[in-house]
Design a protein around this ligand. Structure first.
Ligand SMILES: [Zn+2]
Length: 419
């Protein structure tokens, strides 16, 4: 028998996520929303036909969608070191725990942007088969990189288009939803240089075409001026970080403003990971230990204000800035998805609903799942989260510990109680 539920709440977000429906109910059948109606329209005998969940005077949103996670990491300043100390079993236990934490914090869908194949695909199966609690994972598996390049220690090494495409084919067979490429060096990997491109424009362009032909999409990590421009010109689907380090230490940083309009015209989604900066900033204020900087960017990092101003410019040019925390990196704990909405309001000046959309419906669009996830409407997956106080009045009312979580119609946490 298909389970039918009625989920009542004083405030339910409307389809377009720009206002509340007052005193409404979400009716679910199995894993889907069958309708959303005013409480006054419920049939007289509804309690006999439905299981009723009353969320009272809460604020109900679609389940949160995190677009940037790495399940294998600890989210502590020594995440890199810990990764090398743990064996495969310990890494898997950590990943399972991270999945649980994310789900209980309201994240029902998550894109993993780079993890060992032997960890992420089994983790996804355990969750899909209901053996452990966790969000639905859209994995990339092992990312593409070069020898000693960014994340070489769990990446697939490939130097030219032919090698890259054969790895992509393998990843798709394993069940990758999308592909991650390290277009520049990265901050996290001491042997790689964030100022240097790992792949040419020509290669990136050919890989984008290959992904389009194979019904997948390319997410490109990029920190250097040269690689960021190549990624934009090549039309990758999703720019990750999108920073502007110059090749030379003297110039340090070189943002080219006209590229902002190009990103917008091409419809490229930008994952700013600015929320991770917010969490690091707040942790630093508390005097907590921070991660060590990459040796190639020491003393030449842009100020927070410079970074914020670049993303404000992008936002002014209508670039889609998506919610993306980089979960697993230092301070980016698995219950902090909402920090992206905080940063978008407090640092980028988004209005509250726009910030909420950046961790729900906009992320669904970026993941190409917006035809069945990311909004509360008929025939969408019944992924639901409720908060105690109104997040449109204060964005920090998006707590890391929401009151209730329902994933694909299944009650996970109701009024503070894990089910
Ligand atoms: Zn990342």
């Amino acid at each position: 028998m298909i389970m039918k539920k009625i989920i009542k709440s004083k405030n339910i977000s409307n389809e377009s996520l720009d206002g509340w429906l007052i005193d409404h109910c979400i009716l679910t059948e199995g894993n889907l929303i069958s309708s959303i109606i005013p409480e006054s329209k419920l049939p007289n005998d509804y309690e006999k036909k439905y299981e009723v969940i009353d969320l009272g005077n809460s604020f109900v949103l679609p389940g949160l969608i995190e677009s940037h996670a790495h399940f294998q990491f600890s989210a502590t300043p020594d995440a890199y070191k810990i990764y090398f100390e743990e064996n495969d079993l310990q890494k898997m236990e950590r990943a399972k725990n991270n999945a649980k934490i994310a789900l209980y914090s309201g994240v029902t869908t998550i894109r993993d942007l780079g993890a060992p194949n032997e960890l992420i695909f089994p983790l996804k199966s355990l969750i899909d088969n209901d053996e452990i609690d966790g969000p639905e994972i859209f994995p990339t598996g092992t990312p593409l990189t070069i020898e000693n390049g960014h994340c070489w220690f769990f990446g697939a090494i490939a130097n030219d288009t032919k090698e890259i495409c054969s790895i992509i084919e393998k990843q798709l067979k394993l069940g990758a939803a999308h592909i991650k490429i390290m277009a520049s060096g990265g901050y996290f990997t001491p042997s790689s240089n964030p100022r240097i491109s790992q792949y040419s424009f020509k290669i990136l362009n050919e890989v984008v075409n290959f992904c389009n032909d194979n019904d997948t999409y390319l997410c490109a990590h990029t920190l250097s001026n040269e690689s960021t421009k190549s990624c934009i010109d090549a039309g990758v689907h999703n720019i990750i970080h999108g920073r502007w380090f110059d090749k030379s230490l003297d110039k340090s940083y070189k943002f080219e403003e006209d590229y902002s309009k190009k990103i917008s015209d091409k419809g490229i989604f930008v994952d700013s990971t600015i929320s991770k900066h917010l969490l690091e900033y707040e942790s630093k204020l508390k005097g907590e230990k921070q991660r060590k900087p990459n040796p190639n960017v020491i003393n030449s990092e842009p100020t927070l204000e410079e970074i914020i101003n670049i993303f404000r410019k992008l936002d002014n040019d209508n670039v889609d800035i998506i919610g993306a925390l980089d979960m697993g990196m230092s301070q980016a704990f698995f219950d902090k998805c909402v920090a992206s909405a905080w940063a978008h309001v407090e640092w980028l000046g988004f209005d509250h609903w726009k910030a909420i959309r950046s961790i729900t419906s906009l992320n669904a669009k970026a993941l190409k799942i917006d035809n069945y996830k990311g909004s509360l409407k008929k025939n969408y997956i019944a992924d639901i989260v409720s908060f105690r106080s109104d997040p449109t009045l204060n964005i920090r009312n998006l707590e890391t510990n929401p009151n209730s979580v329902i994933k694909a119609g299944k009650a996970i946490k109701i009024n503070g109680q894990i089910i």
